[in-house]
Design a protein around this ligand. Structure first.
Ligand SMILES: [Zn+2]
Length: 73
């Protein structure tokens, strides 16, 4: 149900969980830390792109790229 227009500051939780469908990578980030690093008004899709750089598949070429998404949103 992510609309793509919510910003980080509107996220109603303190822990942000990211999971990837294409690999087993999973991340859990504190909202406060994310705001300090990326700014509180970053849009959630943009934030996802930033965070998914941690995924081991994000640098792979071709059709097997990372499928990171927010968990539980
Ligand atoms: Zn991934």
């Amino acid at each position: 149900m992510a609309t793509g227009y919510f910003t980080l500051t509107e996220l109603p939780r303190e822990l942000v969980e990211i999971a990837c469908d294409k690999c087993v990578w999973k991340g859990r980030y504190s909202k406060a830390r994310l705001m300090a690093k990326h700014g509180r008004d970053i849009r959630l899709p943009d934030l996802l792109l930033e965070i998914s750089k941690d995924c081991p598949k994000v640098d792979e070429l071709g059709n097997d790229m990372c499928g990171a998404r927010y968990e539980g949103l």
